[in-house]
Design a binder for this molecule. Structure first.
Ligand SMILES: Nc1ncnc2c1ncn2[C@@H]1O[C@H](COP(=O)(O)OP(=O)(O)O)[C@@H](O)[C@H]1O
Ligand SMILES: [Mg+2]
Length: 364
């Protein structure tokens, strides 16, 4: 029965019932003819016609009704099984015999499920990878700390000089653990989309100066100079989240020192880009980055030098955080680097219109 109805393509199909009714009526007609022939009883033509028409209509109604009920029930079951729709949604719909609609809906359902499954798989891989990275990142400093503490307990604490040295190293390891965890916490919050920006009018020149001060010691260890490309007498006001942008600048400058060479220079430039944008560039003449690594720099946990133990290396999250913050502002980040020559990281910010800036200053 259902096979026949599959060929139907109208919304509500009567073809099956009509055809079946014709067959039955025709059969009945033949039988009547035969009876007439054998018995010689001649039925009057109008009665014969009446019988034939009534039989046809009766057959049609019964078959149509049965077919609809039969298919309706099965489709309802399918719908319920695949939870395509709330079954109440279509209790009185003509869908009962419409195979095309059902086919379309089931196909759409399957497509959506496929996409859903793929998304889940991607997320699952992402989760696994993230967990793998986390444990990998935490292992190194944790083992370092454990190593020094074990050695101290095993007797090294008796030597005053060694004791101090080992404690300091252990402390460094703990410090490293702390900022890896802090970065991870931040990236998790950023990736969950839990970043409410607190935009205000801020002076980027001042922010850069703060970061210069913060890293002065670190830079002087490698004799790296932290400079502006020119003298900035006036504040440059932008519309951004102060704390986050401070983080961006600080991550970029920290990298420029970390991957900068001895006696090198980190230079910051703030330029007008288009009428309502400025671009802030952090340029170093450090080790630079191989072209093939450049597209991957902003990935979580990506580091060119994976061994990382020689360097005080970070978590590999710094640039991922930078990218998140910049993009949350609706801005863009660029990188330009040449191996052995140096790197330039730059990002855009929204400039505060001159008029508003004035107004603000007056208010303040
Ligand atoms: N200024 C730079 N010069 C050279 N390489 C850089 C620079 N900034 C970042 N990198 C490379 O990009 C990688 C990722 O940077 P980042 O996300 O800040 O992680 P981390 O500094 O914790 O390793 C670094 O490990 C380094 O290999
Ligand atoms: Mg970094």
């Amino acid at each position: 029965m259902s096979n026949n109805t599959q060929s139907t393509s109208q919304r509500k199909s009567y073809r099956f019932a009509i055809r079946s009714s014709i067959y039955i009526t025709f059969l009945l007609f033949l039988i009547l003819l035969l009876v007439t022939f054998i018995d010689g009883v001649q039925l009057p033509a109008p009665i014969l016609l009446g019988i034939i028409i009534s039989v046809f209509i009766l057959c049609f109604v019964i078959i149509q009704y049965r077919v609809q009920r039969f298919i309706y029930r099965r489709i309802k079951k399918i719908y319920e099984d695949v939870s395509l729709l709330e079954s109440s949604n279509f209790s009185d719909r003509e869908i009962a015999t419409d195979m095309r609609t059902l086919k379309e809906q089931v196909e759409r359902f399957a497509r959506n499920k496929k996409i859903e499954i793929e998304t889940l798989q991607i997320r699952e891989n992402y989760r696994k990878e993230f967990l793998g990275n986390i444990s990998h990142e935490l292992k190194t400093p944790l083992f370092t700390v454990q190593g020094y503490i074990d050695t101290l307990i095993d007797g090294a604490h008796k030597d005053k000089v060694i004791r101090k040295k080992y404690l300091e190293r252990a402390q460094k390891g703990v410090e490293r653990l702390t900022y890896i965890v802090r970065d991870m916490d931040m990236i998790t919050r950023l990736e969950v989309g839990d970043m409410s920006l607190d935009k205000e009018h801020i002076d980027v020149i001042n922010l850069v100066k703060q970061v210069f001060d913060q890293f002065e010691m670190k830079a002087s260890k490698k004799n790296i100079s932290l400079v502006f490309d020119m003298k900035y007498d006036q504040p440059i006001m932008v519309h951004a989240d102060q704390e986050r942008i401070l983080q961006v600048i600080s991550n970029l400058i920290m990298n420029s020192i970390k991957y900068g060479k001895q006696n090198g220079t980190t230079e910051v430039a703030v330029e007008d880009l288009i009428n309502n944008k400025i671009i802030l560039r952090v340029t170093d003449n450090g080790e630079g980055i191989k072209p093939e690594y450049v597209p991957r720099l902003f990935e979580r946990f990506f580091r060119v030098d994976r061994t990382g133990s020689r360097k005080e290396g970070g978590s590999g999250l710094g640039l991922a955080i930078v990218k998140h913050i910049v993009e949350a502002h609706g801005e863009r980040i660029y990188v330009d680097s040449e191996l052995g020559i140096g790197s330039e990281f730059s990002f855009t910010l929204e400039k505060v219109p001159f008029k508003m800036e004035e107004g603000e200053l007056e208010e303040g």
